[in-house]
Design a protein. Structure first.
Lengths: 364, 364
DNA sequence: CTGAAAGCGCTTACAG
DNA sequence: CTGAAAGCGCTTACAG
């Protein structure tokens, strides 16, 4: 089944409007741009012509002429991560205010893809780019800036003088999480982290280590590094931990989980009493793995996340977590870009602890 | 803190390249576009000049001149819904193959916002638009098409002759879910649906009703309509159901959940033995609410979802669901747009049952 | 207050 | 094979 599309008759241009209104194109442009008071009657004639032809200015031509485009590129690490989607919602809201349109894409945390995307976007003549960088050298981003396209770094503490940035204090947030666990009396804490090549992973690790050190408890921390900030990674990682501790018979990670253990297993005394997860998705997977093994949260093990994505409060045990103001972060980054791109500034937000049900004192 | 950005020296244009290479701009354009064999030595001179100036063509000018833009607009219902994000990933992959760039935005299922976005995108001179429609009249979409911007409808069975569409058979999928439950021996099935103003909700309802009717069991179905396709809606909806059945003391929906019931409550005989949720997010919320009340899945109540978003397999009880090939759907819709936009075609996919742990026979 | 003209950066027939 | 010219649709000084 295939039907040819009705070929659209060429769209009307300023010329057509000018002819119909019997004025010059310059005048049409003037009324379009609300310029140097056009005589009211002329203005009206032009407006009628515009309405008659249902004329709409060609933004490509406008962009070429003025060098300004309504398009703003956004490059995040991962479209499937709710953190970025919440942020994107905030960006979109701000962009909308200025009539801009958001071109959202993902770099998949890949330096090559980031470079390609950045160049494509800049080539597109976008008004600016909101970037969560993967390449810490910022090489291509800098190139793009030097081509005249403003870039603001999102969720990045990098503070080059060529571009603005916005971030939250990941170390402080991670420290908050550790302190909360400590204040609850936890002795042995496991840090469930994402891959160290991701800057957020490194900073959160540093924050936790610092907090533990401050109270002379550095050795009560065991660090686990998973290969992604996903529920799946959290789940299989915790399964492996459990198997290693003899709590669970190791099985194919891809297998369906063991039937629910009806009797809570006895955890070895050395088993961590709390898991500090560096994002909510990992915490989600961890909670599932724990539950599969019959380990109760928070009775047997406390669990804390990071981000406070919507799913955090919806988990079977509502998650205590470190909340990042995602939508505000997004909004603010767009605001910096739109308001004054040449004015480089570095904004830092502070995350806060949200206490829900997944943390409690250590099991006795 | 504010530092003026180094004002970028105007970017080089074809003229600059032509001057440096001592040829005309036409020739530069010819080598740029690989045209009518330019003499090899000239081509080389031009290429050197391009390299020297690190010249990159201005896509805005190209777009104006050729009327072709690499930008493809994508308008989905909700950025926070993993179904759309999985689909977007597929679209992006296909778009990338043709060097296109994806401009992703959300209509928030709002007719007004959809209209605004559509017009903005069309105004932008995009090469085409991938739209999940909210406005069933398709009025603005049609307007956009008549302006010459091809639109392909995503996740929509609307089959106007003006634009292509791609969808999955929601009725068939919903019927599949009902049949699975029926074959397990369930007697009383509750349909947990999203808002009826959303087309997917209506079609899935119809599919379930039909399947029940076919075996003369229409009256074993009870339909619940929630106000959103979210985990939150599923959770509070099921809580209300439970309260209504006397299983749970009604509480403020926003309150933290009741402490885990340690003793499985006895469900009234009339209480549904299975919940058929019209998307995975609702199922997720339902599972949480059930768990909060001490109702076991699948021992006390079976649960089936729809979509198979990544979280489905990661839930505390891995979810049986109706899988939609999200990434393929996205890929295919972009493919239709890119390959031959004037050739309208309607593609329909079929969903399939994925059996995991959340469904079993009815409690006795 | 309005019109004629130049020009944004590129591409495309069309001569030569 | 190459160059000169026209033109995509708009905006912006600059005369009048």
């Amino acid at each position: 089944m295939s039907i040819a599309c009705s070929p659209s008759p060429k769209a009307p241009s300023v010329k057509d409007v000018a002819r119909l209104a019997e004025v010059s194109v310059g005048t049409v442009s003037n009324v379009l741009n609300g310029r140097s008071s056009v005589r009211p009657d002329i203005r009206e004639r032009v407006e009628m012509a515009i309405a008659d032809l249902s004329y709409v200015p060609n933004p490509t031509a406008q962009a070429l002429r003025t060098g300004i485009s309504p398009l703003v590129g956004v490059a995040v690490l991962d479209l499937a991560n709710p953190f970025f989607m919440e942020a994107a919602t905030g960006m979109e809201r701000r962009l909308y205010q200025d009539g801009c349109i958001m071109a959202l894409s993902s770099t998949h945390s890949d330096v090559e893809e980031e470079a390609r995307l950045l160049r494509a976007l800049a080539g597109q003549g976008v008004r600016g780019i909101l970037l969560t960088p993967t390449d810490s050298s910022l090489e291509v981003a800098l190139e793009v800036v030097s081509r005249g396209v403003p870039v603001v770094l999102f969720d990045s503490p990098a503070t080059p003088k060529e571009m603005s940035s916005i971030c939250v204090d990941d170390r402080a947030g991670a420290a908050l999480a550790a302190q909360h666990l400590l204040s609850l009396g936890h002795r042995h804490i496991a840090l469930l982290n994402g891959p160290r090549r991701v800057r957020q992973a490194r900073d959160r690790l540093a924050g936790v280590e610092k907090a533990m050190e401050e109270v002379g408890r550095r050795k009560d921390l065991t660090v686990y590094e998973f290969d992604a900030f996903t529920a799946e990674a959290g789940r299989s990682g915790v399964r492996a931990m459990l198997a290693g501790a003899g709590v669970l018979v190791p099985g194919g990670a891809a297998d369906p989980p063991a039937a629910h253990a009806l009797i809570p297993p006895t955890l070895p005394p050395a088993f961590p009493t709390a898991f500090l997860c560096t994002n909510d998705l990992i915490a989600f997977g961890a909670m599932t793995a724990l539950r599969d093994a019959g380990v109760r949260v928070p009775e047997d093990v406390s669990l804390i996340g990071f981000d406070d994505v919507p799913v955090a409060s919806q988990m079977s045990v509502p998650l205590t977590t470190i909340r990042q103001p995602m939508a505000e972060l997004g909004w603010a980054s767009a605001d910096i870009l739109l308001r004054n791109p040449d004015n480089v500034q570095h904004q830092r937000f502070y995350p806060e602890l949200v206490t829900r049900s997944s943390t409690a004192g250590p099991r006795s």
